[in-house]
Design a protein around this ligand. Structure first.
Ligand code: SAM
Length: 290
């Protein structure tokens, strides 16, 4: 008993049995390395008390590991050609529910409500890379009760989520992720752990949700608008980025004054500011409105 997938032979066998052909547009790269699977499961710290949401189960490789560890697994897969395969590979588990749906169209908050009485869920996935950011931001911003997100992403994206000011990878995604969660890169994963092999390196990252945000800000929406505007034009100064934003409409003088109040010179760039400083800048600007 136990998981049967997670190695190249069994993966090829099941794919051939169903004459499955990979769909590039769905970002299908299936895991074929049991060590990586073990690492993901360990990092996610799943217990029998947990409900796990898996996004994109593929042929059910990681789902088998999750079903062994969790109380319940909900697996959301967009590709209907994978559904008959999943019925076979997961037939020995009675704690798995498969939903054939686009995860971006699914009301995950409602799902957690119905399936887990609104208690926080854990998200574990080898994500389809083309929608990494909308999936993660959707979970954080959509008021889904999530305790942690442990996911395989493109290595470069993992770096962007984890880094701070001064790094070339620092940007709006770093700040958004770090406002909601504490990132931790669990492992780097080379292309040969997947079938077919992706063109990019991958990494497993765990995002543990903060109980309360690490900074206090009066208007969250405004802060994220400011963050977006200041990283829109990387080579420009913070003040220029804010002046050129179509969604913020502060007079030049107000922006210049706010930057000064923050204790920064006029040539400061957005990429030098910490989350704390963006929060303070946001509060200064939101007061200037009135
Ligand atoms: N979990 C499997 C594994 O590790 O072997 C497959 C991972 S593969 C990188 C990503 C999976 O997400 C594919 O099965 C793909 O069909 C599915 N997928 C892609 N877009 C999706 C979407 N919008 N909603 C749900 N699943 C999606």
């Amino acid at each position: 008993n136990g998981p049967t997938l997670g190695n190249p032979q069994n993966t090829i066998e099941i794919l051939q049995k169903y004459q499955f052909s990979f769909q590039k547009k769905f970002g299908q790269n299936f895991l074929i390395d049991t060590h990586v699977l073990d690492k993901i499961i360990r990092a996610a710290e799943i217990t029998k008390e947990d409900m796990v949401l898996e996004i994109g189960p593929g042929i059910g490789t990681m789902t088998q590991y999750l079903a062994e560890a969790a109380g319940k697994v909900i697996a959301v897969e967009i590709d209907r050609n994978l559904i008959p395969i999943l019925s076979e590979t997961l037939s020995m588990y009675d704690n798995v529910r498969i939903i054939n749906e686009d995860v971006l169209k699914l009301d995950i908050r409602k799902l957690a409500e119905e399936e887990n009485q609104g208690r926080p869920i854990k998200v574990v996935a080898n994500l389809p890379y083309y929608i990494t950011t909308p999936i993660i931001m959707g979970l954080f911003e959509g008021q889904v009760p999530v305790e942690s997100i442990t996911v395989m992403v493109q290595k470069e994206v993992a770096d962007r989520m984890q880094t701070g000011p001064g790094s070339k990878d620092y940007g709006a995604l770093s700040l958004a992720v770090q406002y909601y969660a504490k990132p931790y890169i669990v492992a780097n994963v080379p292309p040969n752990c997947f079938m077919p092999r992706p063109k990019v390196g991958s990494a497993v990252i765990r995002l543990t949700r903060h109980d309360t945000p690490p900074v206090q800000v009066k208007d969250e929406g405004l802060m994220f608008e400011i963050i977006r505007a200041s990283f829109n034009q990387r080579r420009k100064t913070l003040a220029n980025g804010l002046n050129n934003s179509s969604r913020l409409s502060y007079p030049k003088e107000v922006i210049a004054e706010a930057v000064e109040k923050l204790g920064k010179g006029p040539s400061i760039r957005g990429e030098a500011l910490t989350l704390e400083e963006f929060a303070r800048l946001s509060d200064i600007l939101s007061e200037s409105r009135h």
